[in-house]
Write a protein that binds this ligand. Structure first.
Ligand code: A3P
Length: 265
């Protein structure tokens, strides 16, 4: 953690930031493809936690030291106030990924079932309460999204992309990201990025689908990492009452936040 808080960002670094289950791995795949002009070799041969390590993980320092990948791509789930000092004055490019919180909560619930290093999720209603109270690891979704997304007003090296935007218009989103990274691509290269970052390609890619992780750590008999990959799965889990309760809390916590989310398609 200390490593993350004092991380010496280089101006050429790319930082992917998200609340868990918002499409982090998808963005790592897209960035890995864009920086390699659509060539899938890197993303198919190097695990995502090595090519875009999480700064808050104990192995990040060693991985980055051993890596010769340029530009450096790093990832974090940390809240803005924790990383602000390290980012101050840096020209590193920051991509913030958010997703509608009902789908985040459902995805996170299933992930807690399979990730043995996390506490068991309990029942879905219990888990949903923890999500709304901000007591899960990485804390409040509301604070995370409000604090990071509000930085777009002052940080011109910050791009905010939503999971739903990627889902609904992957081609346009890849173009937007490649232009932000000052890495414009030709049509064939964009086609390759689209192809290799699709849900089905990623589900088959052992470098991101977590199937190489031992079952004691990630138990694929309980759920899968590339689980459904859709917008609106919350409708299969939420009762009407849970939805109403969620809406009320969302409305009060996000009242001064202009962000709009796509909840279903
Ligand atoms: P679901 O559990 O709803 O399926 P993260 O990488 O932040 O942990 O997010 C994981 C979520 O992103 C999972 O959501 C996963 O299926 C989804 N995801 C990953 N790659 C995707 C892709 N190419 N297209 C759509 N969804 C994707």
């Amino acid at each position: 953690m200390q490593f993350a808080l004092k991380f010496p960002f280089q101006d050429t670094d790319i930082l992917i930031v998200s609340y868990p289950k918002s499409g982090t791995t998808w963005m790592q795949e897209i960035v890995g493809l864009i920086t390699n002009r659509g060539d899938p070799h890197l993303i198919q041969t190097v695990p995502n936690w090595t090519r875009a390590p999480w700064l808050e993980q104990y192995y990040a320092a060693a991985v980055l030291e051993a890596s010769s990948i340029i530009p450096r791509v790093v990832t974090t789930h940390l809240h803005h106030h924790l990383l602000a000092p390290a980012l101050h004055g840096s020209k590193a490019k920051v991509i913030y990924v958010s997703r509608n919180p009902k789908d985040v909560a459902v995805s996170f619930y299933h992930y807690h079932k399979m990730a043995n290093f996390l506490p068991g999720p309990g029942t879905f209603p219990e888990f949903l309460n923890q999500f709304l109270e901000g007591t899960l690891c990485f804390g409040s979704w509301f604070d995370h999204v409000k604090d990071w997304s509000s930085q777009t007003a002052t940080m011109n090296n910050l791009l905010h992309i939503t999971y739903e935007e990627m889902w609904l218009n992957i081609r346009g989103t890849i173009k937007r990201i490649s232009s932000f990274l000052q890495n414009p691509l030709v049509e064939d290269e964009i086609n390759n990025c689209v192809k290799h970052s699709s849900f089905s390609s990623m589900k088959d890619n052992k470098m991101v689908n977590h199937t190489t992780i031992p079952p004691e750590i990630i138990d694929h008999s309980k759920s899968s990492f590339m689980r459904k990959g859709m917008i609106g799965d919350w409708k299969n889990m939420f009762t009407e009452e849970q939805n109403q309760h969620f809406q009320n809390i969302f409305k009060s916590k996000m009242q001064n936040c202009p962000l709009e989310f796509v909840w279903e398609v």
